[in-house]
Design a protein around this ligand. Structure first.
Ligand code: UDX
Length: 441
């Protein structure tokens, strides 16, 4: 099938590349000329395992093309995905300006029956707004071309986006039209073998499904973080509690890892957007408000723990920070707990020596040159003359370090672990003062 994807950000690029990988003929369009030029050369703007080879191979085979020319992109296909950004506005609502601009652009150029699919995470009711924008633009052209607007939210995890797209748990499609259902079945046939993963529903339910999924996962994380905070106060070990509850299949082991808070582009934004959607229709969502509030507080706890361990004496001290990205296998620093930690250290007059396997350039881009931040080439290089080590991201190569070397390099053997990757008893035996999350005993 021929497909056009508007937006070559995270979602658009993965969608376009993976559809091409299964044989569809895909054009990706973006207004950012530099980005499109780079993509044509096989330079991928994000770090995502497996994505670069899929992009390069399919560009070479001619199934994946990049352009800034919206007119030719609309002419290419009668199935058009909208995968542009929906940044939060000052109230936490998703800003639909880019989505609606694409809708108008499609209407400006389309010449035959077209299926427009929203792939960006958009508030309930957006498909109706897209439909209205298209109708208005067609009217101003004085043409009457049939079109459909469907919702097909993505459920990709950063760092596993290609795998998630190629082997989805489910493919949610919101539409009321049988012809759209048939087209989506054909499009997703390569991803829907062995058992039926396609879930067709009405458009609003599809739009809400995306938010409900992310809000549920965020709730699990804030829940376990709250229990971890209670565990600290009552002298219990959250890791044992986690194992104890996770074995109940109704609870499950997934997404109950305590830590220094969730970050990334999805959970913080989507929880806030859902709270905002609810309030716009007259419902206050107290549970979701609390999920966000617990998470904000959790991000500050690393610094509080560090500061408490040093009796508030942060000024003039240097701290090694391992892990900057909001989670492993990505270079994404959006809403990362490491930022809250580093900014608190700086505000208190401390300095940071940091290492991350992928997010160094991104950190440099965000913070620029500052004399209280040194980005080091290895995790070991951060330790020399540092007053403590703080772990913000659980990258695999932090899990079994040379503890003797850590102890010899640090000025004081203090480790604050925001991801509970070490065993507290072993750390005590090795002579460290080890502070994790929720490890009260
Ligand atoms: C998430 C959803 O998982 C995905 O389905 C959706 O499409 C987009 O949002 P992503 O933001 O890439 O994906 O990351 P995810 O792996 O879900 O982790 C989100 C955050 O939660 C990270 O900061 C992670 O460290 C944290 N987390 C996750 C925990 O603190 N504990 C857990 O048990 C799981």
């Amino acid at each position: 099938m021929k497909v056009t994807v508007f937006g070559t950000g995270y979602v658009g690029l993965v969608t376009g590349a993976c559809l091409a990988e299964t044989g569809h003929d895909v054009v990706c369009v973006d207004v950012d000329e530099a980005k499109i030029a780079a993509l044509k050369e096989g330079q991928i703007p994000i770090f995502e395992p497996g994505l670069d080879s899929i992009v390069i191979n399919n560009v070479e085979s001619g199934l994946l093309a990049f352009t800034t020319d919206a007119e030719s992109a609309v002419a290419h296909a009668n199935m058009i995905f909208i995968a542009v950004g929906t940044p939060p506005d000052e109230n936490g609502s998703a800003d639909l300006k880019y989505v609606l601009n694409v809708a108008r652009t499609v209407a400006q150029y389309m010449s035959r029956e077209t299926i427009i699919v929203t792939k960006s995470t958009v508030p309930v009711g957006t498909a109706d707004k897209v439909s209205a924008a298209v109708a208005e633009a067609l009217q101003s052209r004085d043409v009457d071309i049939p079109y459909y607007v469907a919702s097909n939210p993505e459920f990709l995890k950063e760092g596993a986006a290609v795998a998630d797209f190629m082997k989805p748990d489910r493919i949610v499609v919101g539409t009321d039209a049988e012809s759209v259902e048939a087209a989506m079945r054909e499009l997703y046939a390569p991803f829907n073998r062995n058992h039926d993963r396609l879930k067709f529903m009405d458009v609003r339910s599809a739009e809400l499904t995306k938010y409900a999924a992310n809000a549920m996962l965020a709730t699990k994380i804030s829940f376990i973080n709250e229990i971890a905070n209670i565990a600290e106060c009552v002298g219990a070990d959250i890791e044992q509690v986690r194992a104890g509850i996770g074995s109940d299949p109704r609870i499950g082991y997934h997404f109950i890892y305590p830590g220094c808070g969730y970050g990334g582009s999805c959970f913080p934004k989507d929880v806030k957007a859902l709270v905002s959607t609810a309030s716009q229709v007259g419902y206050r969502a107290p549970l979701l408000e609390a999920v966000e509030e617990v998470n904000q507080a959790q991000k500050s706890r690393l610094f509080s723990k560090l500061s408490a361990a040093l009796d508030g004496d942060i000024a003039g001290k240097t701290f090694a920070v391992w892990g900057l990205a909001f989670k492993p296998k990505t270079d994404d620093m959006r809403e990362a707990p490491s930022r809250v930690l580093m900014e608190a250290i700086w505000a208190a007059g401390g300095r940071v020596k940091a290492f991350d396997p992928e997010a160094m350039n991104e950190t440099q881009r965000i913070y620029g040159q500052r004399e209280d931040l040194q980005l080091m080439g290895t995790k070991e290089a951060c330790l020399h003359d540092a007053d403590a080590l703080v772990i913000c991201t659980e990258w695999k190569n932090f899990w079994a370090p040379d503890f003797d070397a850590i102890k010899n390099s640090l000025k004081t053997p203090l480790i604050v672990d925001g991801r509970n990757i070490y065993n507290p008893h072993q750390m005590t035996e090795l002579g460290f003062r080890y502070i994790g999350i929720g490890r009260g005993n």
